[in-house]
Design a protein around this ligand. Structure first.
Ligand code: ADP
Ligand code: ZN
Length: 211
């Protein structure tokens, strides 16, 4: 299946993309993870995007599109993929349409209030990228990843000023994609205001899969 996961920051896209990708045996392609990894490894791409990502602004479309295009051309993505965090603008969606067919766009629906509560408190493993939450889903030992023993931390862009900016950027730049994909008959809404388990059930349902 060729899928896009769409939704505001904090909707749980990343967590769900990981779960569903595993279930379907297809890669999760997260542009946010690609950028963070490049920043961590201090590659040329990383240097280019570090300040932008830290502020919660968007990386230029051209750069992002060419990155995704290359990634989708790799053999593991031929039979399916989940795009997590891409496209994020109308120009990105139009570019994608030019070279890639899709089966569905899963749209994670959630209120602003819940999003802010979730994002303040999110922690990510430096080593494996696993996501925790100090209140909702803490790691067993504070600061230590359950999955790999790595160190967890708060992303720069999960600090309050950046969170507010990311939500604004989402509303302005990304929300118009909902209509873009609805018009194409691809949009599938899933309520993501409760638990990851319920949301996973919701995703299975809209993709026509039993749990
Ligand atoms: P979120 O938790 O906000 O969904 P992501 O991990 O998807 O965050 O992305 C983190 C940051 O990486 C974004 O705030 C943005 O700076 C950059 N980024 C990720 N995907 C894109 C994209 N498709 N276009 C432009 N910038 C992107
Ligand atoms: Zn880890």
């Amino acid at each position: 299946m060729k899928l896009i996961f769409l939704g505001p920051p904090g909707a749980g896209k990343g967590t769900l993309a990981g779960l569903v990708a595993k279930e379907l045996g297809i890669p999760q392609i997260s542009t946010g993870d690609i950028f963070r990894d490049a920043i961590k490894r201090e590659t040329e791409l990383g240097m280019q995007v570090k300040a932008i990502v830290g502020r919660g602004d968007l990386v230029p479309d051209e750069l992002t599109v060419s990155l995704v295009r290359e990634r989708l051309a790799r053999p593991d993505a031929v039979k399916g993929f989940i795009l997590d965090g891409f496209p994020r603008t109308i120009p990105q969606a139009e570019a994608l349409e030019g070279f890639q067919k899709l089966d569905a766009v899963v749209n994670f629906v959630i209120s602003d209030d819940i999003v802010v509560l979730r994002l303040t408190g999110r922690e990510v493993c430096r080593a494996c990228g696993a996501i925790y939450h100090v209140r909702n889903m803490p790691s067993k030992v504070k600061g230590v990843c359950d999955r790999c023993g790595g160190q967890t931390y708060t992303r720069d862009d999960d600090k309050l000023a950046s969170i507010t900016n990311r939500l604004e950027v989402y509303k302005k730049q990304t929300e118009p994609l909902i209509d873009f994909y609805r018009e194409r008959g691809l949009l599938r809404d899933v309520d993501s205001s409760t638990t990851p388990e319920d949301t996973l059930e919701g995703v299975r349902a809209v993709l026509g899969r039993k749990g």
